[in-house]
Design a protein around this ligand. Structure first.
Ligand SMILES: [Zn+2]
Length: 90
């Protein structure tokens, strides 16, 4: 699996938008997800912060597929996964 694959993997098609940065079914953290895919091809500039954000897709252990904006990822999570998800990849 490549989280930065340019093409969306088939499993992302059924994703639900999670309003909080965790699984909407069982509330498991993103860190426990079985699969991850980052939609790097379509960053969005957020008006308020002028920072880029993108969709992050996760497949939870419970089977739920969900996505959330990268900007909604909690800071603690960001620190832990900094190497995996560099905030500003040029
Ligand atoms: Zn879950």
């Amino acid at each position: 699996m490549d989280a930065f694959d340019p093409l969306p993997p088939p499993w992302t098609k059924t994703a639900t938008h999670a309003l909080e940065f965790c699984c909407p079914s069982c509330r498991a953290e993103a860190a426990t997800a079985q699969r991850v895919w980052i939609n790097r091809r379509a960053p969005v500039i957020r008006e308020t912060s002028r920072r880029r954000q993108w969709q992050e897709f996760y497949q939870c252990e419970c089977g739920q597929v969900w996505w959330a904006w990268s900007s909604d990822r909690p800071p603690s999570e960001l620190t832990k996964r900094d190497n995996l998800f560099p905030e500003d990849l040029e």
